[in-house]
Design a protein. Structure first.
Length: 648
């Protein structure tokens, strides 16, 4: 290791240790180990523009959250995307250096919550790059203007997760390339025998998936050579770095990061104070990067300018630079016959396809349920290693890969529609949280939402999943009642870049008389007006809105003058002003809820718990009629419960 290498690496380490000390916690060992990786990557391999964080042909880097101090320090030293003040604010509120990678940080990819999340996201980025690359090559009949690679800096635990197993299996089936996983084997210092056994098992698994494994020690030349080999490789590569060569690195210490120890380290390496950069380091980095990046960047920009006149290529460039898909959709342009009636998933499919036809950057993804959810883009194929521009991505039973890979695609800017059964909501939830946190343009289409809409052969019915979605911060959840409300949902989805969920049933649904696409934006609105003065209100959503309307009609002879409110989106209703909320749901009027899901969400709207006509038990098997009778949810039982409450 040269004097220059030591200067830069030690400064990188000290910055990361300062961040860990300032935050009060962090893995010192892992960040010290990662310093050589980030040094080698940024100075010798990564393509990026120092002052332009979102340069579209930059190599993408995903990072396990435990390495973030060193990663942020590297971004400060090498790219100038961050400032010293940003590093000082590590893990503080509203900081661009939070404890998980988010879109708040310039030039970085979104991060993950659980081990292995970033493995799948890396696959999604490479898959999206291949799709765009093929579109460009088909248009130009020559080499693409995109040649970025995706690097994933992670731990052994990431490769041991279920998400990584599924994502790497999917990547192998699809022959996704340009993926380089740099895995720091931190376990070797704890139990080398166990680690060796795992390395052998890992080698067998990766070999079966046609992924190369390169096992090296943590010295600069080995890391440099391994990355060079991986870049030349036509397959995806895992570089496993064993941390056992400590003789060159005085930073491997179990000493606490107190003031005395930190001062001693700074004195030894000539760093004047906390969060300081040695002037010599700045000069070395500037000269090194200028020499390496100038020529390829100049050549790339010249090439892009040459192809800008091509309309399709220009659209791809604009898409990558903007990071979003612009499609126009107006519900008033769609005329629905009054006699319209069909399964809501079919209505959803038709409107979704109107959207998908407007842009090649709209993609659909599902597990093995395309047959059930009908969320298939027509007039295009399934994406695979032969049909690289197919726009329907089938994951089979890989539900974790469906969630994580789609995050990677969305982080490139694709407008993703992910369709699956609502019974898989819990498996998808952590990915939905990441999408919502980063405001990714993903719409999750969930089907089979209650036992009214569940295929009976499934045997297990969703109960709490609808309200789980409603509780996720930043997510807008829609449960439309009919075709009109589905139209309203898609008008909102296309005009706002938000993470959304649509819950649609699969029973025949009529167009309701007083639903309106434009009113969906308010979150809730009146679909049955009281005759004189309402003495009761029913709030409902989705498939239960027609039931609520029927109850209002059949209970009118009992002197109950109902207002029926459809609430397709509780989140949008909560955003409305207090005047609108009180006008629609006056607190002095008895308010019932009719929704065949768990009751807990509805307490804030219902007059009391007896006014929530739902279900709080797991439902296993049974016909719809049996279930309605068993849980007192058939029409006669609902009427009796309402009458009883109105007497009080």
């Amino acid at each position: 290791m040269s004097k220059r290498d030591k200067l830069i690496i030690n400064n990188l380490k000290m910055l990361s240790l300062d961040m860990i000390r300032e935050a009060g916690h962090g893995n010192v060992f892992l960040n010290i180990a990662a310093s050589k990786v980030f040094y080698t990557l940024y100075l010798k391999h990564l393509m990026f523009e120092i002052h332009r964080p979102n340069y579209i042909n930059r190599d993408r880097v995903l990072v396990n959250n435990e390495f973030l101090p060193t990663y942020y320090a590297a971004n400060y030293l090498f790219t100038r995307n961050l400032t010293i003040d940003n590093l000082k604010d590590f893990k503080r509120m509203d900081s661009p250096t939070p404890g998980i990678l988010t879109s708040m940080t310039p030039g970085v990819q979104v991060g993950g919550i659980n081990p292995g999340d970033i493995i799948g996201e890396a696959v999604g980025i490479s898959l999206g790059k291949r799709y765009l690359d093929t579109l460009i090559k088909d248009e130009l009949k020559k080499n693409s203007i995109l040649d970025f690679k995706t690097y994933c800096i992670c731990k052994l635990s990431d490769l041991m997760s279920g998400t990584s197993y599924e994502a790497l299996s999917f990547a192998s089936t699809e022959e996704v390339k340009d993926l380089i996983y740099i895995v720091i084997n931190d376990d070797i210092s704890k139990d080398s025998k166990t680690s060796e056994v795992f390395t052998e098992e890992l080698m067998d698994r990766l070999m079966a998936l046609n992924i190369d494994l390169d096992v090296i020690n943590d010295n600069l030349s080995a890391i440099d050579d391994a990355i060079d080999d991986a870049k030349r490789n036509k397959k995806s590569t895992v570089i496993l770095i064993n941390i056992k060569d400590k003789e060159e690195d005085e930073f491997y210490t179990d000493l606490p990061l107190d003031k005395d120890n930190m001062d001693a380290l700074r004195n030894e390496y000539g760093i004047p104070s906390a969060f300081a950069t040695i002037e010599e380091v700045k000069v070395e980095i500037k000269e090194e990067l200028a020499r390496r990046l100038a020529k390829p960047l100049s050549k790339w920009h010249e090439l892009v300018e040459e192809y800008r006149e091509n309309k399709k290529i220009n659209e791809i460039i604009d898409f990558l630079e903007l990071g979003r898909v612009n499609v126009n959709f107006k519900s008033e342009n769609i005329k629905i016959n009054d006699s319209y009636e069909e399964e809501l998933i079919l209505s959803n499919s038709k409107i979704f396809n109107l959207i998908a036809a407007k842009s090649p950057f709209v993609l659909a993804a599902s597990n093995d349920n395309f047959y059930y959810n009908k969320c298939l883009i027509n007039n295009t194929s399934f994406m695979n290693k032969e049909e690289k521009t197919g726009r329907n991505i089938l994951f089979g039973e890989r539900i974790l890969a469906l969630g994580s890979v789609s995050l990677g695609l969305a982080s490139l800017g694709f407008k993703m529609f992910i369709a699956t059964s609502l019974t898989y909501e819990s498996a998808m939830e952590s990915f939905i949280k990441i999408a919502s946190l980063n405001n990714l343009d993903i719409t999750y289409v969930f089907t089979e939402d209650t036992f009214l809409n569940t295929y009976e052969e499934l045997g297990f019915h969703p109960i709490n999943e609808i309200n789980n979605l409603r509780s996720i911060p930043g997510l807008i959840t829609f449960r439309p009642a009919d075709i009109n409300e589905v139209l309203g949902v898609y008008e909102i989805i296309t005009s706002h870049k938000k993470t959304t969920a649509i819950i649609v049933g699969n029973i025949n649904t009529k167009k309701l008389e007083d639903t309106n696409p434009k009113y969906v934006l308010g979150g809730a609105y009146r679909v049955r007006k009281e005759r004189e003065e309402a003495n009761a209100i029913i709030i409902s959503s989705g498939s239960e809105v027609p039931i609520a309307l029927r109850l209002a009609t059949e209970l009118a002879p009992y002197g109950i003058d109902f207002r029926v409110v459809s609430m397709p989106s509780s989140e949008l209703f909560a955003m409305q002003n207090e005047k609108y909320q009180n006008m629609l749901l006056p607190s002095h009027v008895k308010t019932f809820i009719v929704e065949y899901s768990s009751k807990d969400f509805w307490y804030k709207y219902a007059t009391g718990k007896e006014y929530i006509l739902g279900i709080d038990k797991y439902v296993l098997g049974g016909t719809k009629e049996e279930l309605l009778n068993a849980y007192n949810l058939n029409i006669d039982s609902l009427k009796a419960q309402i009458i009883e409450q109105m007497k009080k």
